[in-house]
Design a protein around this ligand. Structure first.
Ligand code: FAD
Ligand code: NAI
Length: 474
């Protein structure tokens, strides 16, 4: 006998678990199946996917610990605090990170219980379309559901000739679990993971070299932000080499030996204790048996969806990293909510133009909307308001004045088209810009709103004033 549900969600990451909870809130009988990718010690699946187990949350825990370590070693003295030379106990740091992961993944199981979502332990695999809906094999059982939401996420992309063992040569999973601070660490890819994990291990004492294929640094960010970030990260001690071509990585006496060609075409070799490969992620559809039911994938292996996450099959939806768009947890969650609401006949909606990006380095980098170079390429004239944190009293008090807020507004209508921040707490400050853009605000709207003093948010306020060339404190 097959189990029958209104909705089956395949995958318990941020896209999947949020879709399942919202669908249950809307009155559907919901199950979510999760394969054992992140099993707990009892062999039970851990929910939360990449984000909670080997992504957003563990990386931010390590970023926090390493930030405190760096502050204790290099920041405290300037404020008259002496603590001697700090030491890092890596197993304790990793244990704390694991405890946070356990707490949060367990918490989602609690949310499933509270919302009456049935958790099925096993990999979901399409069988056929039957009279009572889609038939999906989960473990040894067959589940039938009228609607299916695929939220199977992504996996790290690896490179040929560089076998990842997650001990010496690591992807994101191993990079979050190193047992000691490597003396020399090489990272392939100066993207989000490369910069975040490079920052963690550099702060803790590693000599970090990042090898990036592209000739430009952080090409997806606004050009001013990318320039400032490159300046700051190099000053902090990250050795970032652009325009390289990676060859092979082989085990060596020390750990690993990496062959590459530098930007001038010269053959180079680096010896390191550890290597992290962070060259992007690929959609994960392994074992889904998409071909059995004719589920359409696009040219990059992602599940093909329309602007509302519908696949080519009636009643089958897909959300998160496995579909197009930025691979971000909050984007996956938004899509999950949208799909659940659309299934319920509501007007579910996801505004892909206001999805914020954050890189949790120090200083943090965050943006929403278009970059100045994108607006130029689109032929859109804009006003630019750019204010440094150095002009802000709160930033001075915190001893952290790096960076700026740059606001771009339409030259004719003044509507905010993009906000780019590099500086302390950029991850939190960007929310104001997201809200403003979501409500179609003009820079004048933000300029006329009272901001608490003294706060870093005053820099956002000043950037809005600067769009009209009338900043008050700069
Ligand atoms: P996933 O989180 O990948 O979840 C998919 C789940 O489906 C997994 O649990 C998997 O086991 C399961 N699954 C797969 N196939 C099947 C199947 N057939 N049957 C049953 N279960 C299946 N994003 C941010 O927004 N902020 C950050 O700070 C951030 N930091 C990151 C740091 C790192 C190191 C990494 C790697 C990623 C980070 N991300 C961050 C990205 C974020 O983790 C992903 O965008 C997000 O997890 C995608 O959610 P998802 O639900 O689509 O997929
Ligand atoms: P990424 O796409 O951010 O960066 C990959 C980098 O590797 C790029 O700069 C690319 O040019 C470079 N690269 C690609 N092939 C290469 C090669 N052969 N040799 C050298 N360099 C090469 O991908 P990353 O850092 O792996 O992260 C994956 C995704 O996870 C991110 O795109 C993001 O969606 C998500 N993520 C989000 C975070 C956040 O929101 N703060 C944090 C970490 C990851």
């Amino acid at each position: 006998m097959s189990k029958q549900f209104d909705v089956l969600v395949i995958g318990g990451g941020p896209g999947g678990y949020v879709a399942a909870i919202r669908a249950a809130q809307l009155g559907f009988k919901v199950a979510c199946c999760e394969s054992n990718a992140y099993a707990d010690p009892k062999g039970e699946p851990r929910l939360g996917g990449t984000c909670l187990n080997v992504g957003c949350i563990p990386s931010k825990a390590l970023l926090h610990t390493s930030h405190l370590f760096e502050e204790a070693g290099h920041g405290f003295a300037a404020q008259g605090i002496s603590v001697g030379t700090p030491e890092i106990d890596v197993p304790t740091m990793i244990g704390r990170k694991n405890a946070i992961v356990n707490q949060l993944t367990g918490g989602i199981k609690g949310l499933f219980k509270k919302n009456k979502v049935t958790l099925l332990n096993g990999h979901g695999s399409f069988v056929a379309q039957g009279a009572a809906g889609w038939q999906i094999k989960v473990g040894d059982a067959i589940v039938e559901a009228t609607q299916v939401i695929i939220a199977t996420g992504s996996m790290a992309r690896h490179l040929p000739g560089i076998p990842v063992d997650n001990k010496i040569i690591c992807d994101n999973a191993g990079a979050l679990d190193l047992d000691a601070v490597p003396k020399k660490l090489v990272i392939i890819g100066a993207g989000v993971i490369g910069l975040e994990m490079g920052s963690v291990w550099r702060r803790l004492g590693s000599e970090v070299t990042i090898l990036e294929a592209l000739p430009e640094f952080l090409s997806m960010a606004d050009v001013d932000v990318a320039k400032e970030a490159a300046k700051v990260f190099v000053k902090q001690g990250l050795n970032i080499q652009l325009g390289v071509q990676i060859g092979e990585a082989k085990p060596s006496k020390k750990g690993v030996s990496i062959a590459y060609t530098d930007k001038d075409g010269k053959a180079q070799n680096l010896e390191a204790d550890r290597l992290i490969v962070s060259v992007g992620r690929i959609p994960y559809t392994n074992g889904l048996n998409a071909e059995a039911v004719g589920l359409k994938l696009d040219e990059r292996g992602r599940i093909d969806v329309d602007g509302q996450c519908r696949t080519n099959l009636q009643g089958v939806w897909a959300v998160g990293d496995v579909v197009s768009g930025p691979m971000l947890a909050h984007k996956a969650m938004e899509e999950g909510v949208m799909v659940a609401e659309l299934m319920a006949g509501q007007s579910g909606h996801c505004n892909f133009d206001t999805i914020p990006w954050v890189i949790y380095t120090s200083p943090e980098i965050a943006w929403v909307g278009k970059t100045e170079q994108q607006l130029k390429a689109d032929g859109v004239a804009c006003k630019v308001g750019k204010i440094p944190f150095a002009a802000n009293g709160r930033a001075l008090g915190m001893g952290d004045t790096t960076g700026f807020v740059k606001m771009l507004s339409d030259a004719k209508t003044d509507r905010i088209l993009g906000v780019h921040i590099i500086g302390a707490n950029a991850s939190e400050l960007i929310s104001e810009a997201v809200v403003a853009m979501e409500f179609g605000a003009a820079s004048e709207d933000l300029a006329r709103i009272c901001h608490a003093h003294p706060t870093l948010s005053e820099v956002v306020h000043e950037a809005a004033l600067a769009c009209d060339k009338r900043p008050l404190h700069f």
